[in-house]
Write a protein that binds this ligand. Structure first.
Ligand code: C5P
Length: 219
């Protein structure tokens, strides 16, 4: 019996988190937000005074952070060294530093192991990120690549952040896309076998429905 893995990748603000949680909740699957793990690692680096603009400084300490992710789609949790960082990892400091930290190969190696061990535990799982279908779970039977127009992504993200400036949000999203797509290790890319879904014209419920259909088609 092959456990069900649903890989959902895409750029920032494409609707990955809401879609992934909704699909997992509807199908009774676990849920893993790998972006939150990269954010948790970044929070740890900042908290411990590591110079996040120095890749070798980040690499040297990547194995020290203890990152734990809960997998309930209705109540996702993330702790770092036992501290609940769910809110802190959405702040500006972490958002501004997460892409360069995520480009450090040692960081990716540590989190890749952690992600694979969570995926391998009991029960199907929806996993969202940038490299799930390409690197973390290349054998996933369902792979989705979500995109949306930059304006739509910025509007959604600014609303999520409680009304941040849309133009500034769009700039920040595009800056992260550029680093995430351009890095050497596991760049953001559409995985082989992934279904491309442009969510711009759809409501969240519609996107969840489309992905649920894809999952049910392989079961
Ligand atoms: O998904 P989210 O926007 O929270 O991800 C934050 C950052 O974490 C991304 O911009 C990217 O730099 C990094 N990330 C990654 N690989 C993943 C998930 C996230 O490099 N699988």
């Amino acid at each position: 019996l092959v456990p069900l893995v649903v890989a959902i990748d895409g750029p920032s603000g494409s609707g990955k988190s809401s879609t992934s949680r909704g699909v997992a909740a509807r199908l009774g699957l676990r849920y893993l937000d790998t972006g939150a793990m990269y954010r948790g690692m970044t929070w740890w680096m900042l908290e411990n005074g590591v110079d996040v603009s120095d890749p070798s400084a980040v690499a040297a300490r990547a194995r020290e952070a203890r990152i734990e992710s809960g997998t309930d789609p209705l109540a996702p949790t993330i702790t770092v060294d036992g501290v609940d960082v769910a809110e802190a990892i959405r702040g500006e400091a972490v958002t501004g530093a997460v892409s360069p930290v995520s480009a450090v190969p040692e960081v990716r190696a540590v989190l890749l192991d952690l992600q694979r061990s969570i995926i391998a535990a009991d029960g199907g799982i929806v996993v969202e990120g940038r490299d799930i279908g390409s690197v973390v779970a290349p054998d996933a039977p369902v792979k989705v690549y979500l995109t949306a127009d930059p304006e739509a992504r910025a509007l959604r993200r600014a609303a999520e952040e409680g009304g941040s400036d849309v133009a500034a949000t769009q700039q920040s999203l595009l800056a992260r896309d550029k680093i995430d797509s351009g890095r050497t290790v596991s760049p953001l890319t559409m995985a082989e076998g992934a279904v491309h879904l442009d969510t711009t014209p759809y409501s969240l419920d519609e996107v969840i429905g489309l992905v649920v259909d894809l999952v049910e088609a392989v079961e």
